[in-house]
Design a protein around this ligand. Structure first.
Ligand SMILES: [Zn+2]
Ligand SMILES: [Zn+2]
Length: 116
């Protein structure tokens, strides 16, 4: 997401916010990259780690009927993690897995999926 009032012709790093924690992108922090979803949605590495742990290790599923994933905009049957802070932000298992794989391949970042 973008900070309200962002000049869309001149978007700065600090205008890009994680939909799940509303913290701004800090390009100096290689451990907290931002993954881009559809329609300007973003998921940061920190929230991705929390979502990964919740879905993959804890088997958590916050999905409610008809809910669409903030990142892929699809209403999937996958397990879903919902941000504890911002109830309108949720991410499905597929997006969590894809994001984790993409981030691990990206040499600019040090993010690694949680283990155990
Ligand atoms: Zn976040
Ligand atoms: Zn999704």
């Amino acid at each position: 997401m973008f900070r309200p009032g962002t000049d869309e012709t001149n978007v700065q790093y600090e205008d890009v916010l994680c939909n799940f924690c509303h913290r701004a992108w800090d390009p100096e922090d290689p451990a907290r990259p931002l993954i881009e979803g559809h329609h300007g949605s973003h998921l940061c590495g920190e929230c991705l780690s929390i979502a990964y742990r919740a879905i993959v290790f804890d088997g958590r599923n916050d999905r409610t009927e008809g809910q669409t994933c903030t990142m892929c905009l699809e209403a999937r049957d996958d397990e879903t993690w919902q941000s504890p802070e911002f109830a309108d932000a949720c991410v499905c298992r597929r997006c969590v897995k894809q994001s984790a794989t993409a981030l691990e391949k990206d040499k600019d970042y040090t993010w690694r999926r949680p283990v155990g």
